[in-house]
Design a protein around this ligand. Structure first.
Ligand SMILES: [Zn+2]
Ligand SMILES: [Zn+2]
Length: 399
């Protein structure tokens, strides 16, 4: 059967073109050529609100479950520590929950065999140092009096009348834009290197830098909790739970996904990086804009009754939009790059070498595959580890 999209000859049983991922059977197709099945994990839809397969595209169904449970367990521990009033421990672990899970993921899937851990730790540390400096400038050294107006007016104490527009502009508009530049800086520098030029690499760097920034910002903003003489707090614990979940965990994911979108656009689809194109500028603006909208909401809701809870719901809404946006961009980038390669008959080093098996569904992959013909999962999104494992057993397994 010839693929209508890229003219590659496919076996009759193929449900998806092995070169471009196009749906070959009517049941899998929509009028856009491929149904809603997510190329990174074909059992999920593109528009599904699934976090792990979005920010950790190199996991497969099985490993994704481990991360899901690890995150749920740590989240419960954080809420537990908060309920006991041990805020310093709750805040420190909440700040570093997502970035550490992400570092473990990068190490675990062995993304870049030659230079894995030092590169990511370097990105993490460099972004962390700049994040600390920017946060100190904004929250302590220069705009500390503006920042204190939020604390004074929050809750039902002052109401909207006490809102300082200057403070709002500094902390909900200027700071998110400056922060987005810092979050993009080192990720884009790395994405220029030929071994990290895939869009998934750019996305990964963006998420790593964004979550690192969030962690160090959290530590600076809540520093007084660590220097406080009382180890346990008893007052206002229920609002602390909401604050910790929103301003540490949800914030971390918003920063990460937004920067992932921007740095991913810097990498662009296919091999080689795109650099400072209008596409990157648009995605950078989208990322910075999402942060601005998040902070405007959080700061303004703080003046309303149940402000913390409204702020948390607002954060979850923004995060949902960002997650869908990442999935749609990954879907387009992986499919479009593959169609272009297939039409030009260009072979990349990311396709399968010998006969291997799909890590998602176990079906045998054809040599030179970029997609599984049975489930349509992109080979690019499988980890190097999984690819090497299947390759090493393929000699006997394929026979
Ligand atoms: Zn095709
Ligand atoms: Zn498959």
């Amino acid at each position: 059967m010839q693929c209508p999209e890229c003219s590659t000859a496919n076996p009759e049983v193929a449900r998806f073109c092995y070169r471009c991922g196009h749906a070959l059977k009517r049941a899998d197709a929509s009028k856009h050529g491929r149904n809603n099945s997510y190329v990174v994990q074909s059992s999920e839809g593109v528009n599904q609100l699934a976090l792990i397969s979005t920010i950790m595209p190199h996991t497969n169904r099985e490993t994704a479950d481990n991360y899901r449970w690890a995150m749920i367990t740590s989240a419960l521990l954080i809420v537990g520590a908060t309920a006991l009033g041990i805020l310093s421990i709750a805040i420190a672990s909440a700040a570093f929950l997502i970035p550490i899970a992400y570092l473990v993921y990068i190490y675990d899937v062995n993304l870049w065999e030659d230079a894995p851990v030092p590169v990511v730790l370097g990105l993490f540390a460099a972004t962390g140092v700049l994040a600390t400096l920017v946060s100190l400038v904004f929250f302590r050294w220069v705009f500390d009096s503006e920042f204190s107006t939020f604390v004074a007016g929050s809750g039902t104490r002052g109401g909207f009348g006490t809102l300082s527009v200057t403070a709002l502009l500094i902390f909900a508009v200027l700071l998110p834009i400056v922060a987005e530049i810092v979050k993009n800086l080192f990720g884009c520098l790395l994405a220029r290197r030929p071994e990290f030029d895939d869009m998934i690499d750019g996305l990964t760097f963006g998420v790593a830098a964004g979550t690192a920034y969030a962690a160090f910002e959290t530590i600076v903003v809540f520093w007084s909790v660590f220097t406080s003489s009382e180890f346990r707090t008893t007052a206002g614990l229920s609002s602390w739970v909401v604050v910790i979940v929103n301003l540490m965990v949800v914030k971390s994911l918003i920063y990460g996904t937004a920067s992932g979108i921007a740095v991913g656009a810097f990498s662009g689809k296919g091999e080689g990086y795109d650099g400072f194109t209008p596409h990157y500028v648009a995605n950078f603006a989208f990322a910075a804009g999402a942060n601005v909208v998040y902070w405007l909401g959080v700061r303004l809701f703080a003046y309303a009754p149940f402000g913390q809870v409204l702020g948390l719901l607002w954060g979850l809404l923004i995060l949902g939009i960002l997650v869908i946006r990442v999935r749609v961009s990954l879907q387009h980038a992986l499919l479009e790059a593959a169609v272009e390669d297939a039409v030009r008959d260009h072979h990349t080093f990311r396709e399968t070498g010998t006969e291997t098996f799909c890590p998602e569904c176990g079906n045998m992959l054809l040599p030179g595959s970029l997609f599984c013909i049975a489930c349509g999962t992109s080979v690019r999104s499988t980890s190097h580890q999984a690819r090497r494992d299947i390759r090493s057993t393929s000699g006997g397994g394929a026979a």
